[in-house]
Design a protein around this ligand. Structure first.
Ligand SMILES: Nc1ncnc2c1ncn2[C@@H]1O[C@H](COP(=O)(O)OP(=O)(O)OP(=O)(O)O)[C@@H](O)[C@H]1O
Ligand SMILES: [Mg+2]
Length: 502
């Protein structure tokens, strides 16, 4: 057939197809609301599917960066990205580099948009490709930056004959491997709830901001009674292994710790040691920045498992001594806040209106069961000021008193600070230890006096500095308080403050 004949043949064929298509549309429209339409539709779809399978026997699964609308980033996407890090860095020419985990030096490398890589699994070959679509057209400026950015996704393609293998085995394998890589590269984080005001930062912005958590304190650098330290470590071990136990007895997998004691006794440091020991993230709740109970709940929902939620100086952040208010009163306050435009700063002052009952519900209410494997830690200098309901068992399961430096802690601090010198053999060591029996001094001060201040400092000069400070403190303690002095006027003798028995 010459070219002209072929051209005319195709022309006729296209006319026939167009006529059939028009007729089909007319018949289809007329068959509307008739059962026959369903019959035809089913038959047509089936045939169309069969035809498609012959023409293109490849299936695909898409892993999108965001799920559930605009806000929540997809775990599956992150797992796939981690999994593809190894495969893609090997075979792909164009990579995309992002800061990993908590913003440390580590980079997460993944395929750049438009790249493709193959993978083999139990004899089947699959293909991964990276792509992106522009942000939704209805994106408004006050959504978070993430919501306004393009939507990335990974597409997995495979032959239809591997359908079961890929869906049942390969994808779970990819997710598991990706998770393991993420854990390996994980940089722990310290989160804080900085209250963001203003339009630009956005209503949908993350409620938590974070920095990498790399506090150097560990339990072996904590000066405290060894038996007490062991008790805490054992308690943490039991908690970490407690998934099955908590399920069995029907308790949310969480535990409350109350750390109390004078300033400088190591309460905050203890939180860091706990986080390092358990390998958990830390959420530092700044209650004074939390305006309402509802906001507190939002913060709770946004925390992740395997974390410590800390409320420092709880007695200062909230009126925890006041009477519990009724639910209606709390609700009225919350509604008042929510009725206003959330993008505009509140007309009220910045004072927190989180109530005691809001906090109690946070710790032990229904919402407290969301997430798992979490410690809630309160620290305070004034345990006596706290409402008994706040520190009852079930809310604060373990109470730890952090106290003044005793003989054992002193020995520990001397060894730690005067490393390489025989501090214990020095004559002033015994003097300082004896004085610590009489005078209260917190570990932070003892540690400070024992810290070398110049290259000429040695165990002798550091211990001498400590002894001098202890003697001064003893003298100060012996002086009556001004109010006390007035009261004591006329009385004979000197009042000496005797160290508490702790
Ligand atoms: N028991 C301790 N062992 C080792 N170091 C300690 C101990 N207690 C305090 N320190 C050191 O003293 C410093 C202050 O401690 P920290 O901030 O934990 O005290 P705190 O009890 O939280 O005080 P505050 O009540 O004022 O918040 C830290 O640098 C810490 O390393
Ligand atoms: Mg502290």
């Amino acid at each position: 057939m010459d070219a002209l004949a072929a051209y005319s043949w195709f022309g006729q064929l296209s006319v026939v197809i167009s006529v059939v298509a028009v007729c089909w549309t007319m018949v289809w429209q007329n068959l509307e609301h008739i059962r026959l339409q369903q019959f035809f539709a089913r038959g047509f779809n089936r045939r169309a599917r069969r035809l498609a399978a012959i023409v293109d026997p490849y299936l695909s699964v898409t892993f999108e960066e965001y799920e559930g609308g605009r806000i929540k980033s997809s775990d599956a996407f992150k797992e796939v990205r981690s999994y593809l890090t190894t495969a893609s860095t090997r075979d792909v020419r164009h990579l995309r580099a992002e800061c990993g985990g908590g913003g440390g030096d580590k980079l997460v490398l993944s395929m750049a948009k438009g790249e493709e890589v193959s993978d083999a699994f139990r004899g089947a070959t699959v293909w991964w490709s990276a792509a992106a679509v522009p942000p939704p057209r209805d994106a408004v400026p006050y959504w978070s930056r993430a919501s306004r950015a393009e939507r990335r996704y990974f597409r997995l393609e495979f032959h239809e004959s591997h359908r079961d293998l890929v869906l049942n085995d390969y994808i779970p394998h990819v997710r598991g491997q990706g998770r393991a890589i993420m854990v390996q590269n994980r940089q722990r984080r310290l989160y804080t709830n900085i209250h963001r005001e203003g339009y630009d930062d956005g209503w949908y912005e993350d409620v938590w901001t974070h920095v990498p958590f790399d506090h150097p304190k560990t339990f072996d650098k904590m000066a405290m009674d060894p038996a007490k330290k062991k008790e805490i470590i054992d308690d943490l071990d039991m908690f970490k292994k407690g998934k099955e136990y908590h399920n069995r007895v029907g308790k949310p997998w969480k535990r409350g710790y109350l750390l109390y004691g004078p300033p400088g006794t190591g309460k905050s440091t203890m939180v860091a040691a706990m986080a390092n020991y358990l390998d958990y993230d830390v959420y530092d709740f700044e209650l004074t920045s939390v305006k309402t109970n509802t906001e507190l709940r939002k913060l709770l929902i946004e925390t992740k498992s395997k974390s410590i939620m800390v409320f420092e100086d709880i007695d200062c952040s909230l009126d925890v001594t006041g009477k519990r208010r009724s639910k209606e009163e709390d609700k009225a306050d919350d509604d008042e806040e929510e009725d206003g435009d959330p993008r505009r700063p509140s007309k009220k002052d910045a004072k927190s209106r989180v109530t005691l009952s809001g906090l109690l519900n946070f710790i032990d209410g229904l919402w407290s069961a969301c997430g798992e494997e979490r410690l809630i830690v309160f620290t305070t200098n004034h345990v006596e000021k706290l409402d008994p309901a706040l520190i009852r068992t079930g809310r604060m399961d373990k109470r730890i008193e952090m106290s003044y430096c005793d003989a054992e802690s002193f020995r520990f601090l001397a060894r730690m600070h005067l490393d390489g010198e025989d501090a214990e053999g020095h004559e002033l060591f015994g003097v300082a230890r004896a004085l610590l029996q009489e005078v209260n001094m917190v570990p932070v001060d003892v540690g400070e006096h024992l810290t070398r201040k110049s290259v000429d400092d040695d165990a002798g000069s550091c211990l001498a500095r400590l002894v001098a400070a202890l003697e001064k403190a003893k003298e100060e303690a012996a002086k009556p308080e001004p109010a006390q002095a007035e009261e004591d006027e006329g009385k004979k003798g000197i009042v000496v403050q005797v160290k508490d028995d702790n």
